[in-house]
Design a protein around this ligand. Structure first.
Ligand code: UT7
Length: 322
């Protein structure tokens, strides 16, 4: 069950007006097509594990648990400090933990939901008593600032939850995860792997930037997040009317609105922060969750539905009783 939540956002704000000075775009286009007004950007010296450690400490403080007590750390990220070691072991060191074990999960925007599901299963089978689950991306580090189709969308941030063994009805009620490897060409980062090891050529060809066919992904996102949400609600033994709050991945306000219509839930039950954060990938759900928790929108006993879609393609949904 989720005992504590936390998040971290860097100070620097990049507004649509700032982007108007960088590429051929407009506040009007970005706002109407995406719902984004501003996003946060990491300072040059900040790393994925700095963000993750800050969000993790915030979740632990919320739970009233000492960092030394954590047994498992899983970070969902596709853009860690380095190729290896994992970002989670840097987090372990930064929060002052020696007892635990850490590793990362690479599932693009779905990184947090996949990590949450893995952590819950490892606690459920008795291997660990608790876990920190973190979603962090600094996608502005792999953004092509000359590509207006992507550079207006992404922001940096981190969110985290602290989990313990479920008690009574509280805990992860259901999770449904999916991927389709025939659609890798819709969202990818070519460089720095075994296929295209770094060279002058990979830099000249821009393989160190994220690329996305947003229009094509849009169609899948609405349909599959809707399907996965319905599956997760049914698997939890609930009806759509039993869901108290929906936390969707914050990729596009039009996708969020279409999803709300499809699920038949009122807009006031849907958490939206995309106007302030942009798309923070795997950090998007845990940031929105912590904001909702701290503002009192999430209280104990609530059924919260999360759903997400991203590169892979990967997608999924989960229901948690707080
Ligand atoms: O988080 C991972 C999962 N990702 C997603 O879920 C993203 C899903 N996709 C989307 O959110 C949307 O497809 C985008 C926001 C990425 C794009 O919105 P769209 O309504 O699908 O726009 P489009 O790509 O169809 O482009 C429409 C027009 C094009 O011009 P033409 O060809 O019609 O003349 C683009 O060149 O808008 C143009 N355009 C822009 N214009 C001003 C594309 N980007 C911009 C821009 N400013 N930043």
């Amino acid at each position: 069950m989720i005992v504590g939540t936390g998040h971290y956002l860097p100070d620097k704000v990049l507004t649509n007006a700032d982007l108007e000075k960088m590429v051929d775009t407009s506040d009007e286009w970005i706002t109407t097509r995406t719902g984004i007004k501003e996003r946060r950007v990491a300072a040059p010296e900040e790393t994925t594990s700095d963000f993750s450690a800050a969000a993790a400490l915030s979740a632990l403080e919320c739970a009233g648990v000492e960092p030394t007590e954590v047994e498992l750390i899983i970070t969902g990220t596709i853009n860690g400090d380095m190729k290896f070691p994992s970002t989670s072991v840097f987090v372990q060191q930064k929060i002052g933990n020696k007892k635990g074990v850490g590793f990362d999960v690479g599932a693009a925007c779905c990184g947090f939901l996949y990590s949450l599901t893995v952590a819950d299963a490892l606690i459920g089978c008795g291997m660990f008593n608790n876990a920190l689950v973190i979603g962090t991306e600094l996608l502005t580090r792999v953004t092509d600032w000359d590509d207006r189709r992507t550079c207006v969308l992404f922001g940096d941030g981190s969110g985290a939850v602290y989990l313990e063994k479920s008690q009574g009805e509280r805990g992860l009620l259901s999770s449904t995860l999916h991927s389709d490897g025939s659609l890798t060409h819709l969202l990818y980062y070519l460089g720095e792997g075994t296929k295209y090891p770094s060279s002058h050529k990979t830099i000249d060809n821009g393989y160190h930037f994220l690329r996305m066919d947003g229009r094509e992904i849009f169609k899948y996102a609405v349909r599959e997040m809707g399907n996965a949400s319905a599956q997760a609600i049914e698997k939890a033994g609930l009806k759509p009317s039993d869901i108290d709050l929906v936390i969707p991945h914050q990729a596009n306000i039009r996708i969020i609105n279409a999803l709300a219509n499809r699920l038949g839930v009122d807009y006031d039950k849907v958490v939206v922060n995309i106007d302030k954060t942009g798309n923070t990938s795997s950090a998007s759900i845990p940031i929105a969750m912590d904001q909702a928790h701290r503002s009192g929108r999430i209280v104990e006993g609530m059924n919260v539905l999360m759903t997400v879609f991203g590169g892979g393609l990967t997608w999924g949904a989960a229901v948690v009783k707080f």
